[in-house]
Design a protein around this ligand. Structure first.
Ligand SMILES: Cc1ncc(COP(=O)(O)O)c(C=O)c1O
Length: 432
C-alpha cells in the first residue's frame, strides 16, 4: 500500500495537517462524505428538545436529515454525547483541566517567577539544558529559535522536512515575519536522511547552500511519528555542525521517544542546540510550549517572545497545567508506548489496514485504511451515534484512491481499550 499524506483525529484541539500533495489529490476537504449514500445530520439545540436522554447524563443528538454533512456544531454535540474516545486523552471538561492545577500554584508576573519558573527549571533538568523559557505556543517558540540561529550566523536558510509543521501549517510565518528561507530536504513520505543533506535529490549534485539551521522533528508526526535510527540522527547532526549550522528540534512529541532510543531525554536533546517541547499534546495540559537551549539563546528568545506579544500578564494557568501534566503523564509514556504496540499488533493482519510505522516508534501511529474516506467517516459517525464511541471521524484522503489515513495518538483515553475492542472498531469502520 502506498504511503499517503498526513491526517489527524477529529479533535478540534489536535491540528490536522494536509500537505499540498494531498490537497491536490483529494480535491476537497479531508474526510467529507459527499459521495456516500448514508448520511446523517445531527441536530444540536439548546435544551433537551432534540436530544435523547442517556444514563450517564450525556444526551445524544437526534439525527433528522440523512442527506447533508453535519456542521461543526453538530459534530461537537455528537462528540460531547460520546462516552469513550480512542484518541489521546479523550474529551475533557473544563473542570477536568482545572482539577489538575494545584490550588497552591504560584502566579507569575509577565512570565517571571511563580509556577512558570518552576516549570522552566523542571523542564531544563529533564531535557538537560542550561535554560528554558515557557511560551504560549510552539509556533512562536520555534520561529524565534530559528530567527536567533539565523541572525547569529548571518544566514537565512533553514533545512527541514517537507511535511514539518513550520512548512505546512504556519502560513509561511518564518518567511513573512523573520525573512527566513525554508528549504525542504528529502521526500514527504519518508524521513530525512543524511544522504538528502549531502546531495540534492533531483540533480544528485552536492547541496551548495549552507543553512543557518537544520530543523528535525522528533518524531515526524505527519508520517505516523517516525524516528530515524540513532546513528542516522547523529550523522545528520554532525553534518549540520560541520557546516556551521545550528540544530533545532521540533520536539512537540519528544516525550515519547525514550523507549525507541533506549536513551534518556537529556541524552537525546544533548545533540541539539535548541529544543521545543509541547505541554498539551502527549502530556495533555492546556496550551503551552517551552524552548530549551543555552542561556544566551533563551535570554534572547525571551525578548523575541515579548515582541511577539507572548509575554502575557499571567502565564501561570497554562504553566501550572503544563507542570501538573508533565509530572502526571511523562511517567506514563512507557505505558502509552506498550499500548501502541499492542493495538498495532491487534490489527496488522487485517487486509485493509497498514500500520505506519509498524511497529510504532512512539505512542502514536497512522493507519492506512483501504477504504474511501467518506465511507470511513460515515461509519465513524454511526459508531458515535449508536455506541457513543468517538473514533476516526475525519480520515484524510491520500494520493492513493480509496485509501485513507487516520492518526492515533495514544493517551489516557486509549488505555481504556483492549486490543480486541480496537480490532472490532477497525473492522466496523471498514465494512458496510
Ligand atoms: C510537530 C508540531 N510542531 C509544532 C506544533 C505547534 O505547536 P503549538 O500548537 O503549540 O503552536 C505542532 C502543533 O500541532 C506540532 O504538531
Amino acid at each position: 500500500m502506498g504511503t499517503a499524506q498526513p491526517s489527524g483525529e477529529d479533535d478540534p484541539r489536535v491540528e490536522v495537517g494536509r500537505s499540498a500533495l494531498e490537497s491536490a489529490s483529494s480535491g476537497g476537504p479531508a474526510g467529507t462524505a459527499h459521495s456516500h449514500s448514508r448520511r446523517h445530520k445531527i441536530v444540536q439545540q439548546r435544551g433537551s428538545g432534540n436530544h435523547l436522554p442517556t444514563a450517564n447524563g450525556r444526551s445524544v443528538p437526534t439525527l433528522t436529515d440523512e442527506t447533508s454533512e453535519p456542521s461543526s456544531a453538530e459534530l461537537q454535540a455528537l462528540r460531547r454525547s460520546c462516552v469513550r474516545f480512542l484518541h489521546s486523552h479523550g474529551d475533557r471538561s473544563v473542570a477536568a483541566y482545572l482539577a489538575e492545577i494545584p490550588a497552591d500554584a504560584e502566579t507569575d508576573f509577565y512570565g517571571m517567577g511563580g509556577v512558570v519558573q518552576e516549570l522552566e527549571d523542571e523542564v531544563a533538568q529533564i531535557l538537560g539544558k542550561a535554560a528554558v523559557a515557557f511560551f504560549p505556543s510552539g509556533v512562536m517558540a520555534q520561529q524565534i529559535a530559528l530567527r536567533i540561529h539565523a541572525d547569529r550566523r548571518g544566514r537565512r536558510t533553514v533545512f527541514f522536512h517537507p511535511l514539518c509543521h513550520m512548512e505546512q501549517k504556519e502560513l509561511r510565518a518564518y518567511e513573512m515575519l523573520h525573512a527566513l528561507v525554508g528549504r525542504p530536504v528529502g521526500e514527504p513520505h519518508r524521513l530525512i536522511t543524511v544522504g538528502d543533506l549531502r546531495g540534492e535529490r533531483w540533480t544528485g549534485e552536492p547541496i551548495a547552500e549552507v543553512p543557518a539551521a537544520l530543523l528535525l522533528e522528533l518524531p515526524q508526526r505527519d508520517i505516523g511519528g517516525q524516528l530515524p535510527p540513532w546513528e542516522e540522527l547523529v550523522d545528520q547532526v554532525d553534518w549540520a555542525r560541520g557546516h556551521g549550522a545550528a540544530v533545532h528540534m521540533d520536539g512537540a512529541r519528544v516525550w515519547g521517544c525514550e523507549s525507541f532510543y533506549g536513551r534518556a531525554l537529556a541524552e537525546i536533546c544533548e545533540r541539539f542546540d535548541t529544543v521545543y517541547v509541547s505541554f498539551y499534546k502527549q502530556l495533555g495540559g492546556l496550551a503551552g510550549a517551552a524552548l530549551a537551549g543555552p542561556e544566551d539563546v533563551v535570554a534572547e528568545a525571551k525578548e523575541w517572545r515579548r515582541r511577539h506579544g507572548g509575554m502575557l500578564y499571567g502565564l501561570w494557568p497554562n504553566a501550572a497545567s503544563g507542570l501538573a501534566s508533565l509530572r502526571t503523564r511523562l511517567p506514563r509514556m512507557a505505558v502509552y508506548q506498550e499500548q501502541a504496540l499492542a493495538l498495532a499488533e491487534a490489527v496488522r493482519d487485517l487486509a485493509a489496514v497498514e500500520v505506519l510505522p509498524d511497529p510504532p516508534h512512539t505512542p502514536m501511529m497512522h493507519l492506512l485504511l483501504r477504504r474511501d474516506p467518506g465511507a470511513v467517516r460515515t461509519a465513524a459517525l454511526e459508531l458515535a451515534r449508536e455506541e457513543r464511541l468517538w473514533t476516526f471521524t475525519r480520515p484524510a484522503s491520500t494520493e492513493v484512491p480509496r485509501v485513507c489515513r487516520v492518526e492515533l495518538e495514544v493517551g489516557d483515553a486509549t488505555l481504556q481499550w483492549t486490543p480486541a475492542e480496537f480490532r472490532r472498531i477497525l473492522q466496523r469502520l471498514l465494512t458496510d
